[in-house]
Design a protein around this ligand. Sequence first.
Ligand code: ADP
Ligand code: MG
Length: 153
Amino acid sequence: ASAAVFPLPDEAAAAAFAAAFSDGLDAPLVLWLQGDLGAGKTTFARNLLRALGFSGTVKSPTYTIAESYPLPRFTLHHFDLYRFSSPEEWEDAGLDDLAGGGAVCLIEWPDKGGAYTPAPDITLTLSHEGAGRRAVLQHHTNHGRKSLEAWIK
Ligand code: ADP
Ligand code: MG
């Protein structure tokens, strides 16, 4: 799949990027959030929820594994599999029910769920670049491609 690269030099740029991403977003959709600790995955989820009109607190789901947000257009589930010691924890936590519910699913540390983690429509890979970050977007399905149409031809 073709990729689009976005420099995110500061927090304002990261917020604008998430807002632009929210425009083409439609459920159901699986978005993998990739990158090291501190790369900005949770910050992206927080900025995206703000852009989608959610005004409450966005907690990092590192300890709860999943947080759900009912929004006007769809429900968004934010997963963080960082603390998984084995992929089977996906089943133990009942995440299939959440992921199969037609929502938008953002998944941090998707690799830790192994084959249980639903395949991505889109991957967002974040990395450090100077004091800021760099974002790479890729689509992996037709639905993902349509969501990114404004950015990736
Ligand atoms: P992750 O979820 O990938 O571990 P976080 O989203 O928790 O990372 O971000 C870690 C830190 O990086 C936070 O303090 C956040 O404010 C900062 N940060 C995130 N995105 C940017 C950016 N584009 N530019 C500068 N700092 C950022
Ligand atoms: Mg995080």
